[in-house]
Design a protein around this ligand. Structure first.
Ligand code: RIB
Ligand code: CA
Length: 304
């Protein structure tokens, strides 16, 4: 049976690549895509999600979610993804209709109606996920796992302390990681090593319409340095884990989120269990970079 997945996203160029693979992988059934303000504002992230779903002609329902964080003032990452969040490729305008309710309600409806447990994948700020768990705790027994791209134990990418997804909404992240659910989290220690280099991007360019689209996006993506180490495919790590968990190594540990002050959004991990022996997350600590890169290229090769 295919693994049922809901993807909450802020496309965003690496989000677009993650959606590309998730929507087309035969082991996954994407039941719903929901959008959140993150890399760019909610209007842009939602339009971008429509364009990816249209590109692959997928009848996957789409719902728009939160336009602002729970408490903090919204900040974007347009310097990394361009003003629209998916610059570089000329997607046709979309006439796709959204589901009528807020994404939190639509996620709740989808999870409760599912005939099996659902995995929630969050590759943007966790605002929708936190609201879901606070407003509808009854969904918890139907959630298999929450797989998060976010956080860092090796310094931030917004400042020296905080990774973007968590910094945008640290309160939401703290709610989710302390929900008692199975939480698997991919931070910058691993995702900054999930690299596609210049040669890889050139190879992708020749892989059909999908390769052409991704190449155009990647040449406009500033998450990393194409000329030196390569581009960081942060969000794809969550999808790769669902179908190829062997590519990663993990450590069960305790993670807390700094909520205020200059380090707000920093994720603090109690590796030595000095603070508590309660382990609330499974933290990705290692990636097989070659297997990851080979897997992405093989996945894209299969597509149109
Ligand atoms: O810090 C990387 C994360 O922030 C990724 O999800 C990227 O898309 C941005 O949202
Ligand atoms: Ca993202």
């Amino acid at each position: 049976m295919k693994r049922k997945v809901i993807i909450d996203t802020d496309p965003g160029i690496d989000d677009a690549a993650a959606l590309t693979i998730a929507l087309n992988n035969p082991e996954l059934k994407v039941e719903l895509v929901s959008t959140v303000a993150g890399n760019v504002n909610l209007d842009y992230t939602t339009e971008n999600a429509k364009k990816i779903l249209d590109f692959f002609e997928k009848e996957v329902p789409l719902a728009a979610g939160s336009s602002i964080p729970l408490l903090r003032e919204y900040e974007d990452a347009s310097e990394f993804h361009g003003e629209t969040g998916m610059g570089g490729y000329d997607f046709p305008e979309s006439s796709r209709q959204l589901l009528p309710e807020h994404a939190v309600v639509e996620i709740k409806n989808k999870i409760l109606a599912a005939d099996a447990k659902v995995t929630l994948v969050t590759i943007g700020p966790l605002t929708n996920a936190a609201l879901l768990l606070n407003m509808y705790p009854e969904v918890k027994e139907k959630i298999e796992e929450i797989v998060i791209m976010g956080g860092s134990t090796v310094g931030g990418n917004t400042n020296s302390a905080a990774e973007f997804n968590i910094k945008v909404d640290p309160h939401a992240a703290q709610i989710v990681v302390n929900s008692g659910l199975q939480i698997t989290i991919f931070g910058l220690r691993v995702t900054s090593k999930a690299l596609l280099n210049k040669r890889d991007i050139e190879l992708i360019k020749g892989l059909g319409q999908t390769g052409d689209m991704l190449y155009s996006l990647f040449t406009h993506y500033r998450g990393g340095d194409l000329e030196k180490h390569g581009l960081m495919m942060h969000d794809i790590c969550t999808i790769c884990y669902l179908v190829r968990p062997d590519i990663f190594k993990f450590k069960e540990t305790h993670l807390e989120v700094a909520l205020a002050g200059p380090a707000a959004g920093a994720t603090v991990v109690d590796f030595a269990a000095r603070y508590t022996d309660r382990k609330n997350v499974k933290l990705a600590v290692k990636i097989d970079q070659k297997k990851f890169r080979d897997w992405i290229l093989a996945e894209i090769k299969k597509l149109k």
